[in-house]
Design a protein around this ligand. Structure first.
Ligand SMILES: Nc1ncnc2c1ncn2[C@@H]1O[C@H](COP(=O)(O)OP(=O)(O)OP(=O)(O)O)[C@@H](O)[C@H]1O
Ligand SMILES: Cc1cn([C@H]2C[C@H](O)[C@@H](COP(=O)(O)O)O2)c(=O)[nH]c1=O
Length: 699
């Protein structure tokens, strides 16, 4: 990541600025408190400066994003940072001028308000600019790095820095410090200079921010009001963004309730004051784990799904907190809350950066940024009031004295609301509709996420003949095709491998015995999959779309049986490969002609056409193939017609024709074995999860 120069520069200055901001946050509040006497006044000064940071969101919130989209983001960032440089420096400077403590606090409040207002303009500009500096595929790693730096490393470094500064400076001068050397003042100077440094680096070192910003002509033409209303329209009408916003707000509301009730919750565990800090620490550890390790765990999982699932995880963990009867349970719950929240934060930021168009990105980031602040304040405020008012109640149920505290009820409600928000967000954003969620999660963790079926409407019927060597597939397939053609059906007879030009070349590669260069098992599996991909795309799908009956000599099951069971490659991997190759297309009917390998191979031998590479395999190999076919059929009996292939040809033929005519002849037209609308999610235990995915059919 850090090899990308503009990103590296931005990351370094942002790290320094973030360190300065955390120092500034602590220092401004401490500084204001140190300017007045008495605990009440000091408390008011400290709280006032902290609270005032939230105020600009209410005033400036609605228009902040328009700035980021309307004006050059680089210059928006530079001007905001220069002004912040001046404002941060003005606080200690004003104190040095000898003004009264009350006036200095007053100015600190005003300056903080102005600084926060500028921050509201600066953040959407920065957030919207980052995705343009790096390739999309690296956006998540970039966000990981930025989030860990901003919310993990720098706040800890700032707290340590302030403490070290305090001790160090006091130690050096032996107790009393001149006011300019007070650590809080020094921290403000540092904060001020870090903003100057950011402004200079962004202005002269990251010109790419301006170069990559699109939509200049459009920006100039539209009025600010129009841009503002269009931003809201975009958010309201785009399911992805709606889902993201809903999910993020839900998560922050839940988080706010956890924070608001944390003190009472810690007391309810009877674990003393230290429990409060422990629980907070646990949430932060969880956050770091979620952000740092989350992507490694879910690997290639759809980020949209991951986002919704993470919110559900965090909310479910909040619910478990309501039932925690011991500190250890609460700590596990708190780590999970943090992990879910961290993953949701990372996935959400990456989705916003990667999937929201550049032209509106600033406005979307602004809404999220401001909305989350407001939701958080409301949730913390309301929940603290409610737990205070609610207290603890005893409820008598069948002589059991149950203590129901309002803290736990609130946690329960927050968890439930969060789960609802997560599921709703998931529903709005899901990019793999119909693919089973847990199976997809499990598949992703193992490195093989399920794939959604390719959008496709079949008006035809797809019949596949499977079975070992010499089972009689070609014989039966020919008989069926003739019969259906006689009835006027559009029949396409095909086979794998070798139905296409590409396929014929692949067939000779995998089956020819003339060369001494036999493909390895994995290469063989890939070659069959390549033949299948081309076959499905150019022959099978087009015929099904126009309503034909496609009859194929072999399909996916042959790979599962021959390469999976026969060659002993992992069946789920072979299955995943085929699913990918076919876009999830499954046959409507598989006719499995089951025959003893000896019988089949002797039939093949009697054809006197020689043996190919697979026919020449051992009997044990063919036995494994046979039982793999039977297992597949047993796992999905509705889709299979299993016939004893040692019976006479005509007898078998009649049974096949009867079944196919049944499927074709129902008054509603072709009968597919799956629900007529929507993808198939039926489970085939012998197959990998990826095999669960199928196409959509029309009745
Ligand atoms: N039910 C049957 N009983 C006896 N012989 C049969 C039967 N079905 C087919 N045969 C004969 O067995 C031989 C192999 O048949 P066929 O080519 O149809 O099998 P296949 O499964 O397509 O073979 P391959 O695996 O090589 O593709 C042929 O000579 C065919 O006439
Ligand atoms: C599709 C497919 C086929 N095979 C094997 C099975 C047979 O031995 C040959 C095909 O010959 P046939 O005479 O056309 O039946 O290929 C396989 O191993 N894997 C597959 O996916």
């Amino acid at each position: 990541m850090l090899r990308i120069q503009p990103f590296r520069r931005l990351w370094i200055v942002l790290g320094a600025a973030s360190f300065g901001d955390w120092l500034g946050l602590l220092a401004t509040a401490l500084f204001a408190a140190s300017q007045v006497q008495g605990s009440t006044a000091q408390g008011a000064a400290f709280g006032g400066v902290t609270a005032i940071r939230l105020l600009p969101a209410l005033v400036l919130g609605p228009v902040a994003g328009v700035f980021a989209d309307r004006f050059d983001r680089r210059w928006t960032m530079v001007i905001c940072d220069l002004l912040r440089f001046v404002l941060f420096a003005s606080i200690p400077l004003y104190a040095l001028s000898g003004a009264a403590g009350g006036l200095v606090v007053g100015w600190a409040l005003i300056a903080t308000f102005l600084i926060e207002s500028l921050t509201l303009l600066w953040i959407p500009a920065k957030e919207a600019a980052v995705p343009n500096l790096i390739p999309r595929a690296r956006l998540e790693a970039a966000n990981q790095l930025t989030l860990i730096t901003t919310y993990g490393l720098t706040p800890v470094a700032a707290a340590i820095g302030l403490a070290v500064l305090d001790r160090g400076v006091r130690g050096a001068v032996g107790g009393d410090l001149p006011s300019w050397a007070e650590p809080a003042q020094l921290a403000l100077w540092f904060n001020s200079l870090s903003r100057l440094a950011t402004a200079l680096v962004v202005a002269f070192g990251i010109k790419e921010i301006s170069e990559a910003q699109r939509g200049e002509a459009e920006r100039a033409e539209q009025s600010m009001f129009r841009q503002f209303s269009e931003g809201w329209k975009y958010i309201g009408q785009t399911p992805l963004v709606r889902g993201l916003v809903l999910g993020i707000f839900g998560a922050f509301a839940g988080g706010g309730i956890v924070v608001g009730t944390a003190k009472f919750f810690a007391n309810s565990l009877g674990a003393g004051d230290a429990a409060f800090s422990l629980l907070f620490g646990a949430i932060f550890v969880g956050l770091a784990l979620g952000i740092g390790l989350g992507p490694m765990v879910v690997k290639e999982m759809s980020r949209r799904r991951w986002f919704g699932m993470s919110i559900v995880l965090a909310s479910a963990a909040v619910m478990t907190l309501a039932f925690a009867i011991h500190l250890s349970m609460a700590i596990v719950g708190a780590v999970l809350v943090g992990a879910g929240a961290g993953m949701a934060f990372l996935a959400g930021t990456t989705l916003l950066g990667g999937e929201v168009a550049d032209e509106v990105r600033g406005r979307v980031f602004a809404v999220v940024q401001i909305g989350t602040r407001l939701v958080l304040i409301l949730a913390i405020g309301l929940s603290s009031v409610l737990v205070g008012v609610g207290g603890s109640r005893k409820l008598e149920i069948a002589d059991l004295g149950l203590s129901i505290s309002s803290t736990r009820l609130l946690l329960l409600a927050a968890g439930a609301a969060g789960i609802f928000a997560g599921i709703s967000a998931f529903g709005q954003m899901d990019d793999k509709k119909g693919v089973p969620v847990l199976a997809d999660l499990w598949g992703s963790i193992r490195g093989r996420p399920l794939m959604p079926a390719e959008p496709f409407v079949s008006a035809g019927l797809f019949v596949v003949f499977e079975g070992g060597e010499g089972a009689g597939k070609s014989t039966q397939l020919t008989a069926l095709a003739e019969r259906l053609r006689g009835q006027g059906c559009d029949v396409v007879v095909t086979r794998e491998p070798g139905a296409t030009g590409v396929g014929r070349r692949i067939r000779s590669l995998v089956l020819d015995t003339s060369g001494d260069d036999a493909p390895s098992p994995r290469a063989e599996a890939l070659l069959y999959a390549a033949d299948r991909a081309h076959h499905v795309a150019t022959v099978v799908r087009p015929a099904l779309v126009r309503g034909g009956v496609v009859i194929s000599d072999r399909y996916v099951d042959s790979s599962l049986a021959y390469q999976g069971a026969g060659r002993t490659l992992p069946v789920d991997e072979v299955s995943w490969l085929s699913s990918w190759a076919t876009g999830g297309l499954k046959p409507d009917l598989v006719v499995l002609l089951d025959v003893e390998p000896h019988t089949g191979l002797s039939r093949v031998a009697s054809r006197n056409t020689g043996t190919d590479r697979l026919e020449a395999e051992s009997i044990a190999f063919h036995e494994r193939v046979r039982y793999a076919f039977l297992d597949l059929a047993a796992a999905d009996p509705k889709r299979y017609l299993v016939l004893d292939a040692s019976r006479p040809v005509d007898e078998i033929s009649k049974l096949v024709v009867r079944r196919v005519e049944e499927m074709l002849g129902k008054p509603g037209g072709i009968v597919h074995p799956r629900p007529a609308q929507g993808p198939d999610t039926s489970v085939q235990p012998e197959l990998s999860d990826a095999e669960l995915v199928t196409m959509e059919h029309k009745t």
